[in-house]
Design a protein around this ligand. Structure first.
Ligand code: PMP
Length: 405
């Protein structure tokens, strides 16, 4: 069991101000709040250790470099990457996936090659592949959703052909909370020699991820969805693939030698970190990982699962509520609509009671199309949420629905 009271004390954002209604923050799949330890680390870094990295020979620059590179090590350990050189700091999941699409796929793919995605993807793991297909002449294919809103995996082998060169898939759905059997699917992809790209934006914050066990070639995630600062994310890549790739962006930091006509590249991972990197944010992400590891990812996952089950049960007892992802009872996400009420109206009413929920298509328009709707209301949990907050949400929803009745 998590000691929620003690955890909540670390999140100043959740404190009620001047007798105001305390914030109930249920938009964690979008971004999480930050604990005081991460805020202090950022403050401390800018006050005491700020300098550019990899450049200065003075002590401060070396300290900043150590802090930045230690964060890389921490992240490698967190996802069980064998080699720190596999960890590239990016702006977030979106940039990580674009890096693979531009620097690997757009260089390697030929007309007729196939890129396989799924109908469950966030736009971040779909649009870069659409552009890649257009630019290279490759064909974009997808594993569809079945009527239970799960990937159609009755015969997964039928989607993989000798022409499949890239298989890009979402680990955990931000709209449905479904954790996909990524390891099994990667095995299929490997039988046809495809490279595999996993969008871990929602899985890494919730569960223990082991990239060696998954067997993926690339794995992307964002710091801000797991208590870290915005502006920092990670691309894990197998060193041999990263070594074989051309740079994504170019300029300072990523070079070895530059003449007026030609340049050579730095070693990985720095070859992919052009310009001054997001130093403080990377250090802050390292602190967020310490925070999660102190709690233990097992407990994080259990707590989120318990809240989801409780939330689904209580919400489904409210008249007119229709939950779309009832099967994913522990996924941290509840996507629903209420008969006769537009989700935006519901969110605005709840906001008056200081309850923040997300509404819209959640960057998953193909899922919404499959459901025949334009959007849902979504609540998503994290370590500081409580059952009392869910009770408050349900109470406010009942009064809102009375208003609409
Ligand atoms: N993939 C998934 C599954 C997500 O939930 C998100 C964020 N909503 C992203 C990708 C994009 O993440 P970011 O905006 O941090 O790049």
């Amino acid at each position: 069991m998590l000691d929620i009271d003690s955890i909540r004390k670390d999140f100043p954002f959740l404190e009620a101000e001047n007798g105001e209604n305390p914030l109930v923050y249920f938009d964690n799949a979008s971004t999480t709040q930050k604990p005081i330890q991460v805020l202090n680390k950022l403050d401390q870094f800018y006050r005491k250790s700020n300098a550019n990295v990899h450049r200065g020979v003075y002590r401060l620059s070396q300290q900043a470099t150590d802090a930045y590179e230690n964060a890389r090590k921490k992240i490698a350990g967190f996802i069980n990457a064998k080699d720190d050189r596999s960890i590239i700091f990016t702006r977030g999941t979106t940039e990580s996936i674009n890096l693979v699409a531009y620097a690997w796929a757009q260089q390697q793919l030929k007309p007729g090659d196939e890129i396989l995605v799924t109908e469950m993807e966030h736009h971040s793991n779909l649009v870069p592949w659409q552009i890649t297909a257009e630019r290279t002449g490759a064909i974009l294919k997808y594993i569809p959703l079945n009527d239970d809103l799960e990937l159609d995996l009755e015969k997964p082998e039928k989607y993989f052909t000798p022409k499949t060169k890239v298989f890009a898939l979402i680990h955990k759905s931000n709209a449905l909370g479904k954790l996909n059997p990524v390891q099994q699917l990667i095995r299929h992809a490997k039988t046809v020699g495809a490279i595999t790209v996993v969008d871990g934006a929602q899985s890494v914050p919730h569960t223990t991820v082991d990239v060696q066990q998954l067997g993926c070639d690339f794995f992307a995630f964002s710091g801000h969805k797991m208590l870290g600062p915005t502006g920092v994310g990670v691309l894990f890549g197998k060193p041999e693939l990263l070594e074989s790739m051309e740079p994504f962006q170019s300029g300072g930091e990523m070079i070895e030698k530059v003449t007026m006509t030609h340049s050579t590249w730095n070693d990985i991972p720095w070859k992919f970190e052009a310009g001054t990197p997001n130093i403080a944010q990377a250090v802050g992400l390292g602190k967020a990982i310490d925070f999660l590891q102190n709690i233990s990812m097992k407990k994080v996952e259990e707590h989120i699962g318990e809240l989801t089950e409780y939330g689904m049960k209580n919400l489904s007892e409210i008249n007119g509520v229709r939950i779309y992802n009832k099967k994913n009872i522990h996924g941290g996400i509840i996507s629903f609509n209420v008969d006769g009420v537009h989700p935006h109206d519901l969110a605005q009413f709840l906001d008056q009671d200081n309850i923040a929920i997300r509404t819209g298509h959640h960057c998953t328009q193909p899922i919404m199309k499959k459901l025949g709707i334009s959007g849902t209301a979504r609540i998503s949990f994290y370590i500081y949420n409580t059952k009392e907050e869910i009770d408050k949400l349900c109470g406010c929803m009942k009064s809102t629905l009375n208003y609409f009745a």
